[in-house]
Ligand binder design. Structure first.
Ligand code: SF4
Length: 328
């Protein structure tokens, strides 16, 4: 299988009044054609900055970026902003947590949906309307013709997210980035939207990157998982391998923080004690040392390298789960 997206030694720093903020540190990742990859981590772990950089969306005088990103055999990192924009629609597309910020509140759904087919695929008004109805049916919206005349405020959160998915898929992209696509929705609607995304990905043979804080989401909807912490990938593996042979204490902590919807207090999130390290002052040892239940002296002074455990499984820990040798 060939890679649709190949990220090599990606580094992203921001110049700030407090000094250089290190957001992404030496990240390499391949997204295979037709696969679904989860990028998981807490807020501030670097997953969103990494994803934006991988889509060529980070620019500005304060951004310092190194490394290369290849999309569909083209080097995104060597392109001008207008050339990157040309990749959207038919190449890449994205959906975000809050569809209200992405949808134009004063334009009808039909007008927003038909824009991609008209501008990028050159369809006339009639063909674009037919394509819009087809797309609304694809995302399982009942009575799609009536939906064309509605405004975003007339829709529920789940319906708005379905419309956003329809807009993202309008030009049949090869790769869909979904950044926390269900976090703003209630649990039942979350499950429906995630299932819809999984079904559409398979039907369209599309690749998908699912960015989320919730390891439970990636367990059911991805083939491969990359766990990020303090700007680095700290564990990556095929999804079944990750859950059957977990190595990183941080991944284990994320697993324990999955919301328990059947708990007595309803849906809630257990938090991981402590905070992420200051991105302007990274520790010399393991970034998780101050929060890790398994920490040893070596962890505080020596930065753990990525270790290859075989089966596509890499992890970054001196004392991985299941190993007692060396632990005091
Ligand atoms: S290197 Fe040490 S502190 Fe870091 S995750 Fe592994 S055991 Fe914990």
């Amino acid at each position: 299988m060939s890679a649709i997206l190949s990220i090599r030694k990606l580094v992203v720093n921001f110049e700030t009044p407090r000094g250089l903020l290190s957001a992404v540190r030496d990240v390499s990742l391949e997204i295979e054609q037709g696969s679904s990859v989860g990028i998981v981590g807490e807020s501030g772990s670097g997953k969103t900055v990494m994803s934006r950089a991988a889509m060529g969306l980070l620019s500005g005088s304060t951004v310092r970026r190194e490394g290369t990103v290849m999309f569909d055999d083209k080097e995104l990192t060597a392109m001008r902003a207008d050339e990157v924009r040309d990749q959207f629609g038919t190449g890449m597309a994205m959906i975000f947590q809050d569809p209200m910020t992405a949808l134009n509140p004063v334009r009808r759904i039909g007008s927003q949906l038909s824009e991609g087919p008209r501008v990028r695929l050159g369809m006339d008004k009639k063909a674009a309307r037919a394509r819009s109805i087809e797309l609304l049916s694809l995302v399982r919206i009942p009575d799609p013709e009536a939906m064309l005349n509605k405004f975003p405020f007339q829709l529920s959160g789940g319906m708005r997210q379905r419309v956003m998915i329809a807009i993202a898929l309008a030009c049949k992209p090869k790769l869909l980035f979904a950044d926390e696509p269900t976090t703003a929705l209630d649990v039942t609607v979350q499950a429906q939207i995630l299932q819809l995304l999984s079904d559409l990905r398979r039907e369209m043979n599309m690749s998908m990157v699912l960015v989320t804080h919730d390891l439970g989401v990636v367990a059911n909807h991805t083939d491969f998982v990359a766990v990020m912490y303090a700007g680095e990938i700290v564990e990556q593996a095929p999804t079944t391998e990750l859950f059957s042979n977990m190595k990183m204490p941080y991944t284990e902590a994320l697993l324990k923080s999955i919301p328990k919807i059947d708990s007595a207090s309803g849906a809630r999130m257990a938090v991981i004690e402590g905070r992420l390290p200051d991105p302007t002052d990274r520790p010399s040892g393991c970034g998780f040392a101050a929060r890790c239940s398994y920490v040893q002296d070596k962890c505080r002074t020596e930065h753990p390298p990525l270790v290859d455990a075989g089966n596509g499984h890499l992890y970054r820990c001196w004392y991985p789960l299941g190993h007692t040798i060396g632990r005091k």
